[in-house]
Every structure is written in structure tokens, then in C-alpha cells.
Write a protein that binds this ligand. Structure first.
Ligand code: ZN
Length: 319
């Protein structure tokens, strides 16, 4: 069985062709808001055909195409309801790509797709119930329950980054205060690292970063490893907030595993060991009754194409 998964982003569309669950070949093409919806649909259609052909597979044998897209996605309708960066409103992308390829096309949100990809083919392959939390520019993620993606009404659910963990806290782009992503994103960690540097001129953080502008998500972890007290406090606070958010999600969904993706997850054990301890202290009924694994996501940049493929599979079996 052959499927194509497409991971649409702001700068490019990535594709993967899968045969019997194996990724055979990847290809990508640059995209630009100036392409317009028609131009993007055209590029995706051509990309799907090319990746199959260049893998030596017949496009006629492709069962379906899955697409993960940024923005607010009405997945049942196959419509990009809203994508700010591309200024799209109500774009029927699934139908537009189906018209160009003659294949069934399924569309979902990119973060949800990544969660399903990790759950089925990555770090979550041994679990039925798992969550992906992506620590990047924001906090994204997705929820897979009983092996299926949970999307909520009009696929507007699973916005884990906009769960408030500090009432009256930091202002968030969504309009509320104290959202999870204001404390646990890489952006938040960078902000907190800079604030700590400004209030502590003697910190090793200055030497490690070079300047405020060069601070990234790994700066505080590096300085903490070198024994800097200021950095240890930044990292400790970051992990505590992350643990609060994860514990809230675990108390609601009680997954078997929480997978962490995004740049900050590259810290590995320096993040995971203290995080597990803090999450375990906070979760209801404890870990003896219902053990919880917290682990790094495994698919990296390929999570999106695996997820788009997995989503197409899920939708096909629902039909
Ligand atoms: Zn928010």
C-alpha cells in the first residue's frame, strides 16, 4: 500500500512516499505566500507525483495523500480555516490538491500530524495513549488516544500551549495571561535567560552566550552544567513550569507516555531526569498504579511527513 505524506510549512513543503509503512523517499519544494493558494496546491500536487515517480513507484498505485498544514484546520472539511502567515481564509486545500492529483486527500493541523506520526512510527510506537509536546517557538503538541488522533470540535482542540498554568501571569498572544507556552517554550527560556543575565552581570551565562543577542535555548543548560548558580535557577524554574503543565495534561488524559519534541528536547537527560522527578511528584494517583514514561521524540524533522501519512491511514480506515 502506497501513500504520500506532505508536511506543509511557511518556507517549504516536504513530502515522503511510504510503501507498506516504510518511508521510501523524501523530496521538498520551496513555498512562498506569493504563490497563493492555487500555486501552493499546484506545487503540492507536483511534489506528490514526483516523490512517487523518483522512488520508482507508480502514482496510480498511491492510495491517498495526507497533508499536515499550519493554521486552524477544519480537518473533516479539508479546509484551512485560517493561516495567518499566508493570509489564508477558508482555503479548501484538500479538494484543490485532489483535483490536481485524482487522489483522496486528507488534511490536518501540522502539530496534530506530528503527534500522530510520533505516536505511530516514532517514540510512541509501543503505546496506545500518548501526548507529544513540542518545545519550540511556542508550545505545540497533540493528543493520541487509543491509537487515534484527538482533534476536538472542528479540529480546534489539543492546543496544549494555551492552558493557563499561572493565573494573572505573562501575557500570551492568544489574549490570556499565564499560558503554558509563555513559560515552557524555547522563546520563554531565551527570555528568562536574558533576564537572568541582565540582573546578574557576573554570571557565566555572559561568557557562554557572548551577548544577549546570541542567547539560545541551550545557553542556560550549558552554563548550568558548568556550575553557574544563576543558570541553574533559570533551568530549575523552566523545568518546574514544564512539569506543572505536563502534570495537568497527564491528570486529564493519563497517557502511558509523554514525548517531548522541539529544540529544548535536545538537552536529553539534563532535561528529562529532573523533569520526570517533578512530574511524578505532581500526578494524581501516582506512578505505581499507572506508570508514565517521558521520552524524547524520535522522528525529528520527519515527524510531519510520517504524521501526514498516518493521518491519511487513519482517515481511510474510518471510511
Ligand atoms: Zn495563550
Amino acid at each position: 500500500m502506497i501513500y504520500v505524506g506532505i508536511d506543509l510549512g511557511g518556507m517549504s513543503a516536504k513530502s515522503g512516499v511510504f510503501e507498506d509503512g516504510r518511508l521510501i523517499r523524501k523530496e521538498r519544494v520551496d513555498t512562498d505566500p506569493a504563490d497563493g493558494a492555487e500555486g501552493v496546491a499546484e506545487k503540492i500536487g507536483a511534489l506528490a507525483k514526483n516523490v512517487a515517480a523518483h522512488a520508482g513507484l507508480r502514482f496510480e498505485d498511491v492510495q491517498a495523500i495526507g497533508i499536515g498544514s499550519p493554521g486552524v484546520i477544519d480537518s473533516a472539511a479539508g479546509v484551512v480555516a485560517k493561516w495567518g502567515n499566508y493570509n489564508w481564509r477558508q482555503v479548501p486545500l484538500a479538494r484543490m490538491v485532489a483535483d490536481r492529483t485524482g487522489k483522496p486527500v486528507c488534511l490536518t493541523n501540522d502539530a496534530n500530524a506530528a503527534a500522530l506520526g510520533e505516536a505511530k512510527f516514532g517514540a510512541g510506537a509501543n503505546y496506545k495513549d500518548c501526548l507529544l509536546i513540542t518545545l519550540g517557538t511556542g508550545v505545540g503538541g497533540g493528543i493520541v488516544l487509543g491509537g487515534k488522533l484527538f482533534e476536538g470540535y472542528r479540529s480546534a482542540g489539543a492546543e496544549v500551549g494555551h492552558m493557563v498554568i499561572q493565573t494573572g501571569g505573562r501575557r500570551c498572544g492568544c489574549g490570556r495571561r499565564g499560558c503554558f507556552e509563555q513559560y515552557s517554550s524555547a522563546t520563554a527560556l531565551i527570555r528568562d535567560t536574558r533576564e537572568a543575565m541582565e540582573s546578574n552581570r557576573a554570571s557565566l551565562l555572559w561568557e557562554i552566550a557572548g551577548s544577549l543577542e546570541k542567547v539560545d535555548g541551550s545557553t542556560a543548560f550549558k552554563a548550568a552544567r558548568a556550575g553557574d548558580e544563576t543558570a541553574r535557577r533559570v533551568v530549575g524554574d523552566y523545568i518546574r513550569y514544564l512539569a506543572e503543565g505536563i502534570a495537568n495534561l497527564v491528570n486529564i488524559f493519563r497517557p502511558q507516555a509523554v514525548m517531548l519534541g522541539g529544540g529544548v528536547s535536545n538537552e536529553g537527560e539534563a532535561l528529562l531526569v529532573p523533569l520526570k522527578e517533578k512530574v511524578n511528584e505532581r500526578i494524581y494517583v501516582g506512578t505505581e498504579y499507572a506508570p508514565l514514561d517521558i521520552l524524547r521524540a524520535a522522528l525529528g524533522n520527519d515527524a510531519g511527513i510520517y504524521g501526514a501519512y498516518a493521518y491519511a491511514l487513519q482517515r481511510q480506515t474510518e471510511r
